[in-house]
Design a protein around this ligand. Structure first.
Ligand code: ACM
Length: 532
């Protein structure tokens, strides 16, 4: 029913949009082509670029344009990715070449771009994206997409013209951690659904996909040494649906696809709480030796691994070993939130035994910020998900940990949680952290959010999306858009570009792109969408 409501809303909007287009077409008959508009200004991009110098005549992609790239395979893959975006809508061949003058050029160079930065220069002769790494080229390609008309995103031939304003964009991210979390446990999402979200994250230069792979309602990753976790623990979800799990090959396909979009997968196995699916699958993991039934509700805080049993650590070792072997990224997230059924002493003892296991398998620990109530391992990151009303004592623990070297990823629930309802009328989502409209999700500064945290301790931001109420890609998108691009901007753009009045205009310009891509979105009254 919720799905129906959202879709109905969007069908109505699309219908209105089509009628408007027809009206424009009728008015424009016999006049100059309505589309010969000025090219998109170089600064009308989300996230806001670090530096923009407009000037000179625009570049125009034509039937004769080629995409030149020289460099390793990863650079050629970025050129191929760009060609795959441009070919269907332009109808041009756009061959990827290693030679030739002019055209679109991707160049790996030694410049001072940082690990993920790039420079985009546009003139009538060429558009050149220069970067030190393929990731930088990839982010530059995202900027180029947004400088072209939104119709470039369509998968059928469009009229053009395909112009890029003249000038130079020089850009590099503020933070190295720009994440999005998807909860595939409360409701399971297929590999194809996850790939679709990955493509949407890439558009806004995010670079971490945190997958919440286990919770009370479902275990979603095959573990060979404990097979019932997936086959039984993964066999349902919130509301009692069939759930599902990723085979190792499925998970590796997600990792591969994410890497092709320059995102690193951060897998999470939540423990010692949020473990009913595991406890239901193996009786020996329970202190009383009795497996509870599978759970399909939405309560939290009722489950715990048995901290005093040795088999618990054999289990954790096996799971982390197998998951680490499948994961090329640096990080492994061990959850640690809402362990309300575990005493403080047991929680600290558990984390003291589990964190070295993560290190043993070559990974860096990430935990929800409750980890700072135990002893975070050296180099660990804590993901802060508190909110304005979080106690001063709890905030002080996080600040102290940061002062002692624990890095922070900021996901304040009343700002960055994409599953919070926008308003009381939002048909999807939860509201325990309050309503989070678009301005609220954008209008904060990660650098000063927790007073007392040393500047270098903030590693970045992440937008979690919990899926208690979300069942398909349309639901994911309706909650993520338009808030996700705002969190992405907080992670990428320099603090001095932060300005709601200007941001909302750049954000509004994105809607035409979402429509072209078939992305569902919430038409927030705070944003001047225009005729979209
Ligand atoms: C959380 O929202 N329980 C991390």
């Amino acid at each position: 029913m919720r799905d129906g409501l959202v879709r109905q809303h969007h069908r109505t909007l699309r219908l209105l949009g089509s009628l408007l287009l027809v009206a424009v077409g009728v008015c424009a008959t016999g006049a100059a082509p309505a589309r010969a508009a000025a090219p998109t200004p170089l600064d009308r991009v989300v996230p806001a670029p670090a530096s923009v110098t407009p000037g000179g005549a625009p570049y125009r992609i034509t039937r004769g344009t080629h995409i030149r790239v020289d460099g390793p395979r990863e650079a050629r893959q970025v050129a191929q990715y760009l060609a795959d975006i441009l070919r269907p809508s332009t109808g041009y061949r756009l061959p990827v070449t290693t030679r030739g003058e002019g055209g679109i050029r991707l160049a790996l160079t030694r410049g001072d771009f940082g690990a993920e930065g790039y420079r985009l220069s546009s003139s009538p002769r060429a558009v050149t994206i220069s970067a030190r790494t393929p990731a930088g080229l990839f982010h530059g390609v995202q900027t180029l997409r947004q400088l072209l008309p939104a119709a470039v995103e369509r998968d059928t031939v469009q009229p053009g013209p395909w112009t890029v304003a003249g000038g130079t964009v020089t850009d590099t991210p503020r933070y190295g951690w720009r994440g999005a979390m998807l909860d595939v446990s409360r409701h399971f999402f297929t590999v194809e659904q996850v790939k679709r979200y990955i493509d949407q994250l890439a558009l806004y230069k995010l670079n971490k996909l945190h997958l919440h792979l286990s919770d009370d309602q479902g275990w979603r990753i095959a573990i060979d040494s404990w097979p019932r976790l997936a086959t039984y623990g993964g066999s349902t979800e919130v509301g009692g649906g069939p759930g599902g799990h990723y085979t190792k090959a499925d998970y590796q396909e997600i990792v591969r696809y994410a890497a092709s979009r320059h995102l690193e997968v951060v897998p999470e196995i939540d423990m010692p709480g949020h473990t009913n699916a595991a406890l239901a699958s193996y009786a020996e993991l329970n202190c009383d030796g009795v497996a509870p039934p599978l759970y399909t509700g939405t309560a939290v805080g009722f489950s715990s691994l048995c901290v005093g049993k040795d088999v618990t650590y054999d289990f954790v070792d096996d799971v982390i070993r197998e998951l680490a072997a499948l994961t090329p990224g640096r990080y492994l997230h061990i959850g640690g939130d809402e362990a309300h059924s575990t005493s403080h002493e047991d929680y600290a003892a558990f984390m003291d035994r589990v964190q070295p296991i993560v290190a043993k398998y070559g990974k860096t620990v990430v935990g929800w910020h409750q980890l700072t109530g135990a002893a975070p391992a050296e180099g660990a990151l804590a993901q802060y998900w508190g909110l304005d009303r979080t106690s001063a004592q709890e905030k002080a623990r996080v600040v102290k940990a940061a002062q002692n070297g624990t890095g922070l990823v900021l996901s304040p629930a009343d700002r960055a949680y994409l599953d919070m309802k926008y308003t009381e009328d939002t048909p999807l989502g939860l509201s325990w952290a309050g309503y989070v409209e678009v301005r609220r999700s954008y209008d904060w500064d990660p650098g000063t959010y927790l007073p007392g945290v040393p500047e270098g301790a903030v590693k970045g931001v992440e937008a979690p999306l919990w899926s208690e109420t979300l069942e398909d890609s349309g639901h994911i998108e309706f909650m993520a858009f338009p808030r996700l691009p705002g969190v992405a901007e907080l992670g990428w753009s320099p603090a001095d570009t932060h300005d709601w009045e200007r941001y909302k205009v750049r954000l509004a310009a994105q809607a035409e792109r979402w429509n072209a891509l078939g992305i569902e979105w919430y038409r927030s009254p705070q944003v001047p969408w225009g005729a979209q």
